[in-house]
Design a protein around this ligand. Structure first.
Ligand code: IPM
Ligand code: MG
Length: 386
């Protein structure tokens, strides 16, 4: 009997209610898969920050992070509350975990489950079934940039202009009163390589034949030039897997026109953010979109599993949110822990309940509650007992 120690972060808004259902299903799975969960709940979220962390730019302190790092995984609901600055809850919780634990893979499967209708006409279950592998540690997310208010003195502006020119070989001709901001993305060869390799390894493990690498190297030649050259190099090690390179704008078009085509799609951080929401909506919306923020080396950093959706404060506490994305995030967590059979069981139970159609949440035209959905899926897991 393997025991896993899991940190639970319910968070704000609908976070606590969807995570409660996720935990419920994980507890059911434990009963049939011969594993034990050792849950520890953490209070990080708006209330806790306002009471104990106010002034801190992050929801969690360094000590909090060290505590999280001791678990086998983090199971996360959602954060976001109008009373707390957005930067604290997003950069200071989600991005903070991704960077701190070097969760450089953001795995976001898009699968049209049995019983779910795609907004794209004529798609049957599993017609859409691909993985978005989003780079999660570099690109435009590194926070490198500056903003000029226009209120600086002439001397300050002259200095900034000189620094900018020396560093970037661009003259930004700022006059007092001018406002200006810039933000740059950066990529390292190693950063590109590790995520592209993960994409190929995933394809190999799942017996898939194509990896699509998304870019915009026709315009952003430096950053995505390095990205594509790295892809070429990695692909040579996988002669049986096709490397396809697509420009991000065209990729969005093909996601809609021919989603069946895609198998593994590896994208730089920001494009990955955008196309994963699009991918989610083709398989029924954010209620069905889980994400794994993964450091594949379990010793090097803990991984975090979450629904991609946010905290939806206006729906919070109403027990109506769709918990399936969170339950599927639990499936990704099981996969990461090496419990593949248990992971399969979770997905099958979700599909069986969705296909039966008796229990449906409001986002897919039903009236069932969040907890009724969780109950039904947990019950189905127990029925599927191998
Ligand atoms: C996501 C979200 C986050 C991101 C935000 C909330 C920081 O959009 O997980 O996709 O941009 O990565
Ligand atoms: Mg996003």
């Amino acid at each position: 009997m393997t025991t896993y120690s899991i940190a639970l972060i319910p968070g704000d808004g609908i976070g606590p209610e969807v995570l409660r259902e996720g935990k419920k299903v994980m507890d059911a799975v434990a009963q049939v898969a011969g594993i034990t969960w050792n849950w520890k709940e953490y209070p990080f979220g708006a209330e806790h920050w306002l009471k104990h962390r106010k002034g801190l730019p992050t929801l969690m302190s360094e000590e909090d992070m060290a505590a999280l790092g001791k678990h086998d995984a983090v199971y996360f609901g959602a954060v976001g509350d109008p009373r707390v600055p957005e930067s604290v809850e997003q950069a200071g919780a989600l991005l903070w975990m991704r960077f701190y634990f070097d969760q450089y893979i953001n795995l976001r499967p898009a699968k049209l489950l049995r019983g779910v209708t795609s907004p794209l006409a004529g798609k049957k279950a599993h017609d859409i079934n691909f993985y978005v592998v989003r780079e999660n540690s570099e690109d435009f997310y590194i926070g490198l940039g500056a903003r000029f208010s226009g209120r600086q003195s002439h001397e300050e502006l002259t200095l900034q202009r000189a620094l900018f020119k020396a560093r970037f070989k661009v003259d930004i001709d700022l006059e007092p009163g001018d406002e200006m901001a810039y933000q740059i993305g950066a990529m390292t060869g190693r950063g590109a390589e590790r995520v592209i390799r993960y994409g190929f390894e995933l394809a190999k493990r799942k017996k898939l034949s194509r990896v699509t690498v998304v870019h915009k190297a026709n315009v952003l030649t430096k950053i995505y030039g390095l990205w594509l050259e790295t892809a070429d190099r990695v692909a040579m090690e996988y002669p049986t897997i096709e490397l396809e390179k697509t420009i991000v704008d065209a990729t969005t078009m093909w996601f809609v026109r021919r989603p069946e085509w895609f198998q593994v799609v590896v994208a730089p951080n920001m494009f990955g953010d955008i196309i994963s929401d699009l991918a989610a909506s083709t398989v029924g919306g954010m209620g069905f979109a889980p994400g794994g923020n993964i450091n594949p080396d379990r010793k090097a950093g803990v991984s975090m599993f979450e629904p991609i959706h946010g905290s939806a404060p206006k729906h919070g506490g109403l027990n109506k949110a769709n918990p399936v994305a969170t339950i599927l995030a639990g499936k990704l967590m099981l996969d990461h822990l090496g419990e593949e059979r248990a992971a399969e069981l979770v997905e099958q139970a979700c599909e069986d309940v969705l296909e039966a159609g008796k229990i449906r949440t409001y986002d897919v035209g039903g009236t069932s509650s969040c907890s009724a959905m969780g109950d039904a899926i947990a019950e189905r897991v127990l029925q599927l007992r191998p």
